[in-house]
Design a protein around this ligand. Structure first.
Ligand SMILES: [Zn+2]
Length: 102
């Protein structure tokens, strides 16, 4: 797995912030609970950024390899583990792509 430390850091941040959001909401510290919610969003963005910089995408029809921007990565529909439905400029249509580690 590429950039493993970055991946682990984002997952850790996600887990801690989810726990924090609920814990502080239960004990009525809404300010801290909201701060944890912000951390949760930051963790989610980090995770998307991680997957953007760690993978290239290969067309399953013509083997064309493309790189996604963060926005394209968010928009691209996931159809399985490491599989996305993307527009292939070579096939000129939307086809399944496979994620390959950089
Ligand atoms: Zn293609």
């Amino acid at each position: 797995m590429p950039n493993k430390k970055y991946f682990i850091a984002s997952i850790t941040l996600l887990v801690l912030s989810v726990t924090g959001t609920f814990f502080f909401a239960v004990i009525n510290s809404l300010l801290i609970s909201n701060l944890c919610l912000l951390m949760l969003i930051a963790g989610a963005v980090m995770l998307i950024h991680w997957s953007t910089i760690s993978y290239n995408w290969k067309c399953t029809k013509c083997s064309n390899i493309i790189e996604l921007s963060m926005w394209q990565n968010i928009k691209g529909m996931n159809i399985g583990i490491n599989e996305k439905y993307l527009f292939c400029p070579a096939c000129n249509k939307k086809v399944p792509f496979k994620g390959i580690p950089k």
